[in-house]
Design a protein around this ligand. Sequence first.
Ligand SMILES: [Zn+2]
Length: 94
Amino acid sequence: VSTILADHPALSRCPTWCAGHLDTDDGVVHIGQDRVIATSAGPEHGEVYVGVERVSTDPAAVRLSGAADRPMTPAQALELAQALTAAAFAAVTR
Ligand SMILES: [Zn+2]
């Protein structure tokens, strides 16, 4: 991060988990690194993503993507549960 960017008011309030931001109409969206969990149960294979994001100074939100109706093994479900737990803690930590 250059000096000019570091002085930007929105960027200077980056959460610790921030891996990159997007400028949107609603403000700066801080996005954390996604955790990717591969799912496979029966013939269905896929990927579920767990991440953290925050718009400007709003409280952070945990984001779960690709999980709709996706079957997974118990071990994968546990991995997903751990990823969600980690994301939830990251979202409330500065
Ligand atoms: Zn940021």
